[in-house]
Design a protein around this ligand. Structure first.
Ligand code: FAD
Ligand code: NDP
Ligand code: 3IO
Length: 423
């Protein structure tokens, strides 16, 4: 077994830096997060014979996929672009695996590489101690009988794999307390079974917002999609092949701006002028925008057609919620039964990686951590955001989905292996 903390094997050792806190010295890297990124890193390390410990706040692997996504979710990219290093998807999985296919792939992946994360174990504070040159990660661990304990893990390496989508973002909105209907974030939406005949306002037109509107229509609800700024809508398939695959092929020969022009032109031929229906395209092309800001184009699986038919109604930015509904930036006011915020997610790194927390740094006169910005993402864009100083690594913050996470994971494992040999 390569992936278990030494407290399960031989009893904890006490760190000299914190005599009051019982600390577990990890014989390899500490990986925070058992999503695809953490699992991919641990598997890649395992193949290099390096043990690691994954700590995960949830009760199992891939929390986002098991608990924070809607029922109809499937991958928008073909499986070849979503697989983790060293293990293919089973051949019987469809080209675009469903959520449950993906979860079962991740479960087999963890099993295949003998990965056994410590569950119900949330990193609450991590810092590099210059006196012992080690990372100290404090975590809140909940035991099966419900007892909670603060534990500490100590290692020369810390791999941050908590994801770009760690916490739902719900914007503060005037009138929210007055609204008497239901309010959800997209991470809580499962399906539209309770929404038949209801007027539902969906705020945010990324992939989640668009696909929930499609789902709501199929359940007989009346969705209204609030759009704040531009968005690129591309059909999931163009010319009979996956749009993403086509883009990857074209990028081998052509610069990104030209590929973007081709994609937008083809999309216009296939689905028409999205701007005419209230979904204006940003000036920057879809791939260039994704690379620069992480903003993902919508890979449409049917919502746009319903927008054209008028089954999904586009409305402008929400100005405020009211007792019965919402007021919009264009002055209109409408009644709604419920509101779903499909307003995205954020990283939580700034809350627990203390070298990145300005207040903590000032209080303890710690050096500035140059690696993460205040939004909890690495300052250096792909492909340079995976390695910090003093054995700090970061996997899955490239703004490039699962493919980016896999690339990071392999780099991190090789780099740690290099240092491992020289210990
Ligand atoms: C609805 C949805 C669909 C998506 N579909 C695709 C797709 O089809 N293709 C694609 O390439 N990408 C997709 N993405 C992007 C997505 O970010 C990745 O697919 C993937 O889940 C990222 O993996 P990750 O391990 O980096 O992060 P996550 O999957 O978010 O995993 C991070 C893990 O860290 C844990 N964690 C967080 N904080 C702590 C803490 N303090 N202590 C301990 N554990 C912690 C979380 O519980 C979680 O299990 C999608 C994202 C969303 C939201
Ligand atoms: N099957 C798949 O592959 C799926 C993949 N995903 C992925 O998950 C990630 C998250 O997607 P998603 O949940 O859609 O989030 P996104 O971050 O992609 O989109 C958020 C949307 O909410 C809007 N928004 C944010 N804040 C506000 C605000 N204060 N007021 C009004 N509008 C606001 C944004 O508008 P603006 O542009 O103006 O900021 C944007 O339209 C993405 O990478 C996405 O591709 C999601 C669903 C399915
Ligand atoms: O769905 C996501 O969040 C992804 O990040 C997948 C993805 C990575 N690179 C892209 C480029 C265009 C569209 C989707 C993706």
């Amino acid at each position: 077994m390569t992936n278990a903390a030494s407290d399960e094997d031989g009893g904890p050792e006490t760190s000299p830096a914190h005599p009051t806190l019982s600390a577990t010295v990890i014989p390899g890297p500490i990986i925070v997060g058992a999503g695809p990124s953490g699992l991919a890193t641990a598997a890649s390390l395992h193949l290099l014979s390096i043990p690691s410990v994954i700590i995960e706040r949830s009760d199992g692997i891939a929390h986002l996929w098991r608990h924070q996504s809607y029922d109809r979710l499937s991958l928008h990219l073909p499986k070849q672009f979503c697989e983790l290093p060293h293990l293919h998807f089973p051949s019987h999985h469809p080209n675009y695996p469903s959520k449950s296919d993906f979860v079962s792939y991740l479960v087999s992946y963890a099993h295949h590489f003998g990965l056994r994360p410590l569950f119900q174990c949330a990193a609450t504070a991590a810092r590099f101690d210059e006196t012992d040159s080690l990372w100290h990660v404090a975590a809140a661990r909940r035991w099966p009988e419900g007892r909670e304990q603060v534990v500490e893990f100590v290692s020369p390496w810390l791999v941050v794999a908590t994801g770009e989508n760690a916490e739902p973002v719900v914007p503060e909105m005037k009138g929210r307390e007055a609204f008497k209907g239901g309010v959800l974030h997209s991470s809580e939406y499962k399906n539209g079974v309770d929404c038949k005949g209801k007027r539902v306002l969906v705020v945010g037109c990324g992939n989640s917002g668009m696909e929930m509107c499609l789902d709501l229509c199929e359940y007989g609800a009346m969705p209204f999609l609030s759009v704040r700024s531009g968005v690129h809508v591309l059909p999931r398939e163009l010319l009979g092949i996956s749009t993403f695959r086509l883009a990857m092929k074209l990028l081998k020969w052509l610069p990104v701006r030209l590929v973007d022009k081709i994609l937008v032109l083809l999309a216009r031929m296939v689905i028409g002028d999205t701007g005419k229906y209230g979904l204006k395209r940003p000036k920057i092309g879809p791939l260039e925008l994704k690379n620069a800001t992480g903003k993902t184009p919508v890979l449409d699986v049917g919502a746009f057609n319903l927008i054209k038919k008028g089954s999904i109604k586009i409305v402008s930015e929400v100005e405020s919620l009211t007792r019965n509904g919402a007021k919009f930036a264009d002055g209109r006011e409408m009644a709604f039964d419920s509101v779903i915020f499909a307003t995205g997610y954020r990283s939580n790194v700034a809350h627990w990686l203390k070298a990145n927390n300005k207040k903590f740094r000032l209080l303890h006169s710690l050096q500035d951590c140059d690696f993460f910005s205040d939004d909890g993402k690495p300052k250096y864009p792909f492909p340079n955001g995976w390695k910090g100083e003093n054995g700090l690594y970061c996997v899955g913050f490239t703004g490039r989905g699962l493919l980016g996470a896999s690339i990071d994971a392999e780099k991190v494992a090789l780099d740690i292996a290099d240092r491992w040999k020289n210990l």
